[in-house]
Design a protein around this ligand. Structure first.
Ligand code: FMN
Length: 320
């Protein structure tokens, strides 16, 4: 990365979403490329035992790194999973002195404004032309965005989300893992809880099964979302997860370009018994990777914290 400022590139990549805001990535800076590494010390073994969401999160960071290189005025060559003997190296990205993809430059300019929007959306419907743009964004990265169409179908998916909530909250190991990632804002990662409420919130989550309450809330959010959609891939390996992550990030930034924000209702994918039922309801072949609700937000939200650059960057010995 001789001519490009790597701190700028990596800072933008780190704005990607990640499950529980774990930010499970590292960037190894070489003379002429950046390696993106999965940081499995930040895994969620109960919520995500195969590191599927961890690799999806890395895919989202990879897409943002590509946008950052475009914003710096260059094109990028990307090799995913470049080393068969090192599954933690999920991508090697080399900048090339050639004109950038101008749509990626535009998406880079929006990266700082994307938020996971867990609040209700305004009732404004999402027009078919907008849905088509989101489908095209996911397809450009080799994944499918499949809208859940029809009142009945949507209600069935919402019921599946509620089932997923109940199953996850009944598991004390899952609750403990969630509580471990509930931090005050200053910590740089995790799910933000105001400093004063944090010990109480953590203890409540760790100790009590709040499944029924969470299920009712999520069911309502799912049923009343202007758009409910699955991101699916053909297969279910690390390459598919990286594609899903890049598709997620491109789709979320295109959504933002069109005024939409999104949040996740992944419970029926995270609970293995429910995943085939979601695939059947979505009517999609292959593997559902993410379940999202999208709509027009009413207002804005503060950014969630990110770790300092020095925690996520390493210099390759000799910078080769
Ligand atoms: C693979 C993946 C899975 C996620 N799953 C959930 C989820 O199930 N529920 C949720 O509320 N947020 C989920 N998120 C959103 C993260 O919690 C969010 O990205 C993180 O807290 C950072 O906030 P931001 O997206 O506003 O930057 C997920 C994000 C990713 C990338």
């Amino acid at each position: 990365m001789t001519d490009l400022s790597w701190p700028k590139l990596v800072s933008l990549a780190c704005l990607a979403p990640s499950s529980h805001n774990t930010q499970p990535w590292r960037f190894r800076i070489r003379a002429s490329r950046i390696d993106l590494l999965a940081d499995r010390t930040r895994a969620l073994p109960v919520n995500d035992p195969d590191d599927r969401e961890l690799v999806i999160s890395c895919g989202a960071a990879l897409f943002k790194l590509r946008c950052a290189i475009a914003a710096a005025g260059q094109a990028a060559d990307v090799a995913t999973l470049p080393q068969a003997d090192d599954p933690d190296c999920v991508a090697a990205v080399t900048a090339r002195i050639e004109p950038p993809d101008h749509h990626l430059v535009l998406l880079a300019s929006l990266a700082g404004a994307r938020r996971t929007w867990r609040l209700p959306f305004t009732p404004r419907p999402v027009a078919p032309v907008v849905i088509d743009a989101l489908i095209a964004a996911a397809a450009a990265e080799g994944a499918r965005l499949v809208p859940i169409v029809g009142e009945d179908r949507r209600d069935e998916v919402a019921a599946l989300v509620a089932d997923g909530d109940r199953i996850q909250w009944q598991d004390s190991r899952w609750r403990r893992e969630l509580a471990m990632w509930m931090h005050p804002r200053r910590s740089g990662d995790g799910l933000v809880v105001p400093a004063l409420a944090q010990p109480v919130a953590q203890a409540v989550v760790r100790t009590f099964d709040l499944g029924n309450g969470v299920a009712a809330k999520d069911r309502d959010l799912a049923a009343h979302s202007p758009l409910l959609a699955v991101i699916a891939t053909d297969d279910d390996g690390a390459g598919d997860w990286l594609r899903a992550g890049q598709a997620l990030q491109r789709m979320l930034l295109v959504a933002l370009e069109l005024g939409l924000q999104a949040s996740y209702l992944n419970q029926p994918i995270e609970v293995p018994a429910l995943r085939p039922r979601l695939a059947a309801l979505a009517g999609t072949a292959g593997s559902p990777q993410l379940l999202l609700r999208l709509g027009y937000p009413n207002g804005s939200l503060p950014a969630t914290p990110r770790r300092p650059l020095e925690e996520v960057v390493e210099m390759a010995p000799g910078r080769t």
